[in-house]
Design a protein around this ligand. Sequence first.
Ligand code: ASC
Length: 279
Amino acid sequence: MMATENRREFLLVFSAAVFLGLLSITFVLIWVLQYREGLAWDGALAEFNWHPVLIVTGFIFLHGIAIIVYRLPWTWQCSKLTMKFIHAGLHLVAFICAVIAMVAVFDFHNGGKIPNMYSLHSWLGLTALILYCLQLVLGVGMFLIPITPVTWRAAFMPLHVFGGLSLFGSVIAVALMGITEKLIFGLNNPKYKDLPPEAIFTNVLGLLLVVFGILILWIATRPSWKRPSDQILHTLHTNGGGEDNTKVSPALAQLSDGADAEPSADVRRRINKFDDQTN
Ligand code: ASC
């Protein structure tokens, strides 16, 4: 159970993140529809424009929401398994958006005889996509396939969380490089250095993406905003000395009494039961 004030803070930061995310999507749409060539699948610039739109909508916004989906208090009555499917499903949709975004660029380049994969933006972007795919496959294999041993899950969890958050931050950084690249290539007369309205507008899009990313990372790293049953696991994994022990409600904290760093089969059964009861 979350203290009222703690919950209010969460709702405030979460609302701000959603607002900034939706505003970023609005900005990228205005950019390609008003300032650029619009959207089409024609092998020309309007096809390239799907790239920023799908990256911001899928690879950044949906990716960010997928990361924090366990933190939403109104989902705590759903089973952990349901939430895992929603978490994985949103990541899958984000991945598909990112793949189509890449196809749009390759298609546009090939149609216009522009070389592929020479810029640092393209190297880092493709690397991020490959690692995201790996993260998705390993995440499903480790946490969604029922026969994966709990010891493997516990060992892999820190890597899954750290890898996932690093990837999310990297995707935003790579998007900023892409925006800069596009403004340098695309603005001529006036040039980027003359700071025309499109340059200012798109720079603001970059700022919005950075703040959205920071809010998502903030939400994801507050132990007191975790789903209660995960807080118990956090406490157990940190040998009962987790930084936020006090935030776990007394009834739930009881579950971890006397447990060692690794939850015993018994404690785990009780946690699972708790998750089932709240189903
Ligand atoms: C899972 C799950 C968790 C973790 C934990 C290992 O599959 O639901 O909370 O793995 O068991 O840290």
